[in-house]
Design a protein around this ligand. Sequence first.
Ligand SMILES: [Zn+2]
Ligand SMILES: [Zn+2]
Length: 258
Amino acid sequence: MFVDSHCHLNFPELSADLPHYLNAMVENQVSHALVVSVNQREMPQVLALAEQYPHLFASVGVHPDHQGEPELSVADLCRLADHPKVVAIGETGLDYYRLEGDLEWQRERFRTHIRAARETGKPLIIHTRSAAEDTLRLMREERASEVGGVLHCFTESQSVADQAMEMGFYISFSGIVTFKKAVELKAVAQSIPLERMLIETDAPYLAPVPFRGKLNHPALVRHVAEEIAVLRNVPLTTIASVTTDNFFRLFHHARAAA
Ligand SMILES: [Zn+2]
Ligand SMILES: [Zn+2]
């Protein structure tokens, strides 16, 4: 069984044909998926999915790319996270790639999410793009190691992975690891300890090879696992069981809610 640790099943591309994508999960032995929030407006849809389907979980958070969204306080996030199917805070983090100018608001928003995660005991889902140094610095300053979490859709260097793992974090690989040009990332996927590895789709984006450029969905997480199994020269069943165990160890609230 596989778990998609990060997807956006509530996005219209996928929710328009939800029964189809849920069925595809069953057919591909993808037993569970974590539906990740990107802003407060869409949280009711994310929570509704997790409430309706026992094998779907939810997170609450405001994505660093969503400039101009109302800022949630630590208390707001804690209140929203007080739900049995909410197993994580995020996605949060820093993205200096998509936005320019003074991004102090992004760093403040990230700090608020880390504080809420520590307060609720629900781990962090961290998005980082072109901002690894500041991401690690803020994780240290806000003592993210006390709650842990995952660097999702990992595309950074071995050194960034090592520093995150030192803080107790997991590293999640998406379809990017299947791309031919992702040579450095493949090397990271070969070397990090299996017990720190998660797999995800980030659907509807970033479909793995051989579906690159098409609509991504949680069932395709299987292809991420297949690539990692080949890279590490281990059976696919090993990657399946290890990453599933890791998911339920990190997102321990999911065990109780599953
Ligand atoms: Zn992200
Ligand atoms: Zn995402």
